[in-house]
Design a binder for this molecule. Structure first.
Ligand code: PEP
Ligand code: MG
Length: 584
């Protein structure tokens, strides 16, 4: 059917018209069948092993064309897995006992993986993804399941049921827009799409069923719309929209050199959140006040191996040097939730409520101290701060500070320079942390409100689930009360407080945050100029009045009326929402 329009959630701005490719997770079902005899099953397995070897060789050669030899050597590990005695002999032994090749492989693989999952050694754990890659490939070749991902040599969009943050990070340069059945605006996948600057629409429910490979699609990340096989009139309309959006981007650039201050001269720091290295340049180009949040977990998600102290130091130092004299807030590892590595994926039934953020770091002390040492080494010029994620009790902060002291002592003994007065801040993203903001603010040097998780945990509303995304909107009175008391407690303790969740870039929330006294808004670099435009269009007096009224509101319905009658009447907000395809 021509011109099929599907509405979803606008997840990353921009509009693209391209051909579509499908991106599907390879799911395997081990066939239930009788063994056809040992000889047959063994030769079937050996054939699959040979085919897998040939495939990895082709991938390695292709990879070599794109990268240097040392990086292509990563794939050597896969050949080793393919020759591994425990895997191969274990599978053949089970075949000899009467299993089919597929069942034997499945059982041997899960035994190896569950053993590795129990091992503490981080390096060995990191091998799990190699093993899974190879055994999945082996199983596909055993079951003759064709690979479904379409690889196109030209620029295209991909339509997927769901993408993980690491899948987004490793997309080919030819992928210029994405549309997914699942996922929400504040999921890490959406944050990654914004970070790499490609338009995205999520929560489309059944886009993968409706789009065929090579269909022309329009992905409108501003309005959250996917149009399949657009007709001529729609294409003309969208050509105009693309030109207008480009013009809007150019106009925003006029704000780069202007100060981020309100009409009555109160300056607000607008910093950037960094998820991928490419964003550092954009932050600098947009004249960012610094890096308000460096999400270090993405170093782990995009690399096959856990980066060691030195590798991390080089990255942190590179960013700290580039941003100097402005400051960089480096958040310690927040692995867990929807930011999972292949190894962690299988170990917890509810990762959002599991060993996430600071809990993970405090139970993996070697890893934590290595990261802290890397951060400390990058702090020698005095422009780096440490931020601790997912803190829910004061004890965690005290313990983390104790490990920071251990890391300092080790560096002192190694005669390596660092900033001995480095600031340590706490993320306020669990309701418990907002409730105990007073002692946290007394113990920490600054607070940073992670509104993405604060919404999720306050409202019991999964940030990645489009079905509950309706209650995940920026107007929730309960969340604003928690933010208000966090800001008050930080200021009482004479500490500064930032907001680094997506709320900081949400036009209708900005006057309320400013009016409540937020000191720093930390946003994705592509949002910085829009935020500055709103800050410059408000007076502090007006923002305070808006915040006071907003905080008296107790229901979402009243809040919606207030937003419609007051906030979106502010010209800068009205204009931005219109450009983003919002309600104004
Ligand atoms: C947040 O929760 O708002 C936040 C900034 O952390 P993340 O999005 O990385 O979970
Ligand atoms: Mg968070």
């Amino acid at each position: 059917m021509r011109n099929k329009i599907i509405r979803g959630i606008p997840a990353s701005p921009g509009i693209i018209i391209t051909k579509a490719a499908l991106y599907e997770e390879e799911k395997f079902f081990v066939p239930i069948r009788e063994s056809k005899g040992k000889a047959y099953e063994i030769s079937k397995f050996e054939l699959a092993q040979q085919k897998t070897k040939e495939e990895i060789l082709v991938i390695q050669q292709d990879f070599l064309k794109k990268t240097d030899a040392s990086r292509a050597r990563i794939l050597e590990a896969q050949f080793l897995v393919l020759e591994d005695k425990t895997l191969i002999d274990g599978t053949i032994d089970l075949i000899k006992k009467g299993d089919t090749a597929e069942v034997a492989l499945e059982q041997t693989t899960s035994k190896i993986l569950s053993r590795l999952n129990k091992i503490e050694d981080e390096y060995l754990k990191a091998r799990i993804s190699d093993i899974k890659d190879v055994t999945d490939r082996l199983m596909r070749n055993l079951t003759y399941k064709p690979k479904k991902n379409t690889i196109m040599q030209t620029k295209h969009s991909i339509i997927a049921e769901e993408l993980t943050p690491s899948e987004i990070a490793s997309l080919s340069d030819n992928v210029i827009a994405i549309a997914t059945d699942l996922g929400g605006e504040n999921s890490h996948t959406a944050i990654m799409a914004r970070a790499i600057g490609i338009p995205a629409v999520m929560g489309l429910k059944d886009a993968t069923k409706l789009v065929n490979i090579n269909d022309t699609v329009i992905i409108d990340g501003n309005q959250g719309v996917l149009i399949i096989d657009p007709d001529e009139a729609t294409l003309r309309t969208y050509d105009k929209k693309i030109k207008r959006f480009q013009q809007y981007g150019k106009e925003l650039k006029n704000l780069i050199s202007l100060p981020a201050e309100t009409l009555d001269g109160n300056s607000i720091d607008i910093s950037c959140n960094i998820d991928v290295m490419e964003e550092v340049d954009l932050a600098i180009q947009n004249n960012s006040a610094g890096v308000g949040l460096l999400r270090t977990e993405f170093l782990y998600l995009t690399s096959k191996k856990i980066p060691n102290e030195n590798e991390q130091y080089k990255i942190y130092n590179y960013i700290a040097e580039k941003i100097y004299p402005n400051s960089v807030v480096i958040r310690t590892l927040d692995i867990g939730g929807d930011k999972l590595t292949a190894d962690l994926k299988f170990t917890e039934s509810n990762p959002f409520l599991g060993c996430r953020g600071i809990r993970y770091s405090l139970t993996n002390k070697k890893l934590f101290i290595a990261q802290i040492k890397a951060i400390l080494r990058a702090s020698k010029k005095g422009n780096v701060r440490i931020l601790l994620p997912m803190v829910s009790e004061v004890k965690e902060l005290i313990l983390a500070k104790f490990y920071i002291e251990i890391a300092k002592t080790e560096l002192k003994n190694e005669k390596i320079a660092y900033d001995s007065n480095i600031g340590v801040g706490v993320m306020i993203e669990v309701p418990a942390a907002a409730i105990i903001a007073r002692p946290l603010a007394q113990e920490a040097d600054f607070l940073s409100i992670g509104s993405n998780d604060l919404f999720q945990y306050t409202l019991a509303c999964d940030r990645t689930n489009p079905k509950v995304n309706c209650s995940y909107n920026p107007l929730q009175p309960a969340v604003f009360q928690l933010i208000k008391s966090t800001i008050e407690q930080a200021h009482k303790a004479r500490k500064w407080v930032s907001c680094c969740g997506e709320l900081a870039a949400e036009p209708i929330a900005i006057p309320i945050l400013i009016g409540m006294g937020i000191d720093v808004l930390s946003v994705a670099p592509i949002r910085l100029l829009e935020v500055k435009k709103i800050v410059r269009s408000l007076s502090m007096k007006e923002a305070k009045e808006i915040a006071t009224k907003a905080l008296e509101i107790e229901t979402i319905t009243e809040m919606e009326t207030f937003i419609n009658e007051v906030i979106i009447k502010i010209p800068a907000i009205k204009e931005i929402l219109k450009e983003r395809g919002g309600t104004a």
